[in-house]
Design a binder for this molecule. Sequence first.
Ligand code: ATP
Ligand code: MG
Length: 178
Amino acid sequence: MRLFVALDLPQEVKIRLSAMCGGIPGVRWVKPENYHLTLRFIGEVPGYMAEELDIALASIRAKPFELSLSGLGTFEKSGRVQSLHVAAERTPGLAHLQAKIETAMQRAGLPPERKKFAPHVTLARSDGSSLNKLAGFVQAHNLFRSEPVMVEHFVLFSSRLGKEQAVYTPEVEYALAA
Ligand code: ATP
Ligand code: MG
């Protein structure tokens, strides 16, 4: 299975994000139901490993916290824009949960994530040809800010890659408690 750990977003936030999206030819907009904030990409693992990871995730104790989305950005590779995202504020609550998940995943046997955590929700993917238009979009919408939303659980998703957009399935929800 291809797995990742993420935060789901309330419907109102998904609607607000999708209302902002559109109008750039040549980019693939993420479907609103696919919006999420990845906390840990796991990748392909065998079934027995998925069980170990689930046990490790279920043992995490962390408190609910407020999540705020604020500002837009792009990720680039070799000078080409790969994706457009809305950024999440790197608050202590979010950083704490991400760190606990990272520790749990390593204890369960995954190699450490080497990339620095950059919390974001991907809105679109690009083949790199729409650089100027994406830059304009980022500038036009950079004041975007969501109402803070309370995060009370995180989710282990499976991902099936296809010709169209990936299909994400919530496999297990883990509650946060004060
Ligand atoms: P596609 O790969 O077809 O564009 P996708 O990226 O939406 O689809 P996945 O590749 O399964 O689907 O990724 C699931 C989530 O994990 C996404 O949020 C993606 O950005 C993130 N992700 C994927 N690969 C990595 C990676 N190597 N490191 C960190 N995050 C990743
Ligand atoms: Mg991918």
